[in-house]
Ligand binder design. Sequence first.
Ligand code: BES
Ligand code: MN
Ligand code: ZN
Length: 494
Amino acid sequence: MHFSTFNKNLESWQGNSLILGLVEGDIETQLEKIKFVIDPNLLLKKIIQKKFKGEKAKTLSFEFLDQRLENLSIIGLGKLEDIKKNDIINSLSDIIRKYVDKDEKISILLPWQLINSEEEINHIAGAARLSVYKDNRFNSKRNDEDILKEIEFLDLKKYEKINFKDTESICEGVELARRLVAAPPNSLTPLEMSIQASQIAREHGLEIKILDRKECEDLGMGAYLSVAKGSDLEPKFIHLTLRAKEPTKEKIAFVGKGLTFDSGGYNLKVGASQIEMMKYDMGGSAAVLGAAKALGALKPKGLEIHFIVAACENMINGSAVHPGDVVTASNGKTIEINNTDAEGRLTLADALTYASNLKPNTIIDLATLTGAIVVALGNDVAGFWSNNIDLAKDLKKASAEMGEELWQMPLQKSYKEGLKSHIADIKNTGPRAGGSITAALFLEEFFDNEINWAHIDIAGTCWTDKNKGINPSGATGFGVKTLIQLIRNKANNY
Ligand code: BES
Ligand code: MN
Ligand code: ZN
């Protein structure tokens, strides 16, 4: 997919498919612009027939056999004075998706004078591209020829020399995350994840370290390795480092849960627990690797960024961990595993300890950690916890700027009680009530608490069945954009 622009008069424009944005009011004058590609009287008649006046979120689609233009979609933008960027994005997203298999190029003509900056146009462009993302890797009858390849913006005028390069890098990061999440568990194994990480390293000059089981044993990662024990697949501990050319002003570590499949282990997922969806239990690590790919291209100034994934599968065999086992994490703490399905936090325990030992200023982990967060916040909002007010602020700001919704949850200290074990320092599972909070409290035991930390539970947001907004049904790539924006905001301050 690529972006292009066309700023000449439409008389010399070549194309078949157009999306046109109209504001509420004088439709006739607004149609002037496209008079070269379609008879404006005919179009006006059809628009009046449909009683369309440019109302917000109203849309029309036409096919013409006898005009230069073959396909036209019109989106209503509402009243001039209260047009918001996000309304434009929402209408545009749902309409542009219709063009995925229709044409090679879709052109977009909006009243650009209403749009305030190159940055806003870039947001709209990024949203358009992510809305038409299509994954046909696993379809034997796929035909790559018939797929949308170009999004063209018409009549950008004062933004004639606009640069879409950063947006392209961001989209590529989100798309990588989507591909990783959607890949089935027999395709995206821990080994394959490490291969993908190596590719990012090669492509963008990041340092990479991949630790095998033996090396993790040597570091005492008993929590992580206990999860991997029941699988025939080797665990892979992945560590990418992106160093800026400039002296380091701040060191940041991103940590992602990387369960390429979560069967639950001996606490097997049964009933309505959707075991068949648990390929997406590596959504956190997908976000981290997606951000690594994008940031590798963006090269933010003055920062040293670490990307860490303890990848493995949670499976069952004769050597799998027993419910009730006690294991020792790499920071020396002992854990009673009272539920093998609370495995993500075990892998994160050692990944967070590893990150902590790098002595970063900030650690952010992302994980499809609990069903409880899905119950609490549903599928459109991710929950996050933080031990630092400024980091929480920065995260909220970054996510709001990129259209990913986060809601802060409490690190309720009184709930630590629920993680008390009779035999070990801590147990991995608390009571059902407040399950996503005790999960966050568990994580807090595994890094130096002087470090600013945030944990984002994306169990509800990393996948969608709704086909709405910028997310076609399937993997959303949630988190990538927030991580990138957090870094861009920091780098801009240096
Ligand atoms: N990967 C799951 C969490 C999950 C559930 C993600 C639903 C996406 C959708 C996690 O490993 C898990 O199984 N958590 C358990 C924890 C419980 C045993 C304390 C859960 O949420 O049920
Ligand atoms: Mn689980
Ligand atoms: Zn899991």
